[in-house]
Design a protein around this ligand. Structure first.
Ligand SMILES: [Zn+2]
Length: 270
């Protein structure tokens, strides 16, 4: 009879993390030898399956050539099936926003359209408009920043889907909020280079399970993470592109509502 050690693993990991002893995940090799069949020869840890590949279709906007049919993510097996579905939905949401921008910019072939994402970003984003690696003509407005960001996501999609970048890893953690303060939702490092950048994201499984954390929030958190992988930098506050662009997507490109403060959105960014 198989023994389900996953709940035990999750518990041990959360306890160890709470005292700062481990940063990420334990290999599922902690079964005591007494529980292993005597004829069993333990494989090296490297051969154990810690991740399962997730395949996500790439929507194909007009005017963008050479796109792969899919992108791929190595997703930690510590996530539940329901959590994996939310991860899939949030990545698909980022891809949809990219698709819509590219389609609207293509403008039937003129390639001069002002997308809703670029228009909204242009209204609100005024700071940190340039990716870390960027060496081109100065970016002076949010529209241009959005166009550079979406072109860079095209690059990321191509490198991922044709497996030119290292595998993109979605890693697991479990960190409860402290009171109403959110410690982390989806964390990604700012990429310093333009090509072969994997979309590595550390995701807080605790947040995925919160009933008040819906698709819109997870889309925004994932979009913010992708913009880090596209080279954009924090702070994650009002006026900065890496906040305003995902917040535009979270509002469905609508203008800000003065009754809804920005921090209700960007508290979910890392
Ligand atoms: Zn950030």
């Amino acid at each position: 009879m198989p023994i389900n050690i996953q709940p035990v693993l999750n518990l041990i990991q959360s306890i160890l993390q709470s005292v700062g002893q481990v940063n990420n995940l334990l290999p599922p090799s902690i079964l005591p030898p007494s529980l292993l069949p005597t004829s069993f020869i333990a494989p090296p840890i490297a051969q154990e399956i810690l991740y399962t590949e997730m395949t996500i279709p790439v929507p194909q906007p007009p005017g963008v050539t050479g796109l792969p049919p899919n992108v791929y993510f190595d997703v930690s097996n510590l996530f539940t099936a329901a959590q994996k579905q939310k991860i899939r939905d949030s990545i698909s949401g980022v891809l949809f926003n990219w698709f819509l921008h590219m389609s609207q910019k293509w403008n039937g072939g003129a390639n001069n359209g002002l997308s809703q994402l670029a228009s909204c970003s242009n209204t609100y984003a005024t700071k940190n408009l340039k990716p870390f690696w960027y060496k081109g003509v100065a970016i002076t407005n949010g529209r241009k920043a959005a166009e550079v960001a979406m072109d860079q996501i095209t690059q990321i999609i191509k490198d991922n889907g044709f497996r030119k970048s290292p595998p993109s890893r979605i890693d697991w953690t479990y960190i409860p909020n402290v009171g109403s303060f959110i410690i982390t939702t989806m964390r990604a490092n700012t990429a310093s280079t333009q090509t072969k950048v994997p979309v590595n994201v550390l995701i807080n499984s605790y947040q995925l399970d919160q009933p008040n954390v819906g698709f819109g929030i997870l889309l925004g958190a994932m979009f913010h993470a992708w913009l880090h992988r596209a080279g954009f930098t924090d702070p994650k506050i009002t006026s900065y592109f890496i906040s305003e662009c995902p917040m535009c997507a979270m509002r469905g490109y609508a203008p800000k509502n003065p009754a809804v403060p920005d921090n209700l959105f960007y508290q979910y960014f890392d």
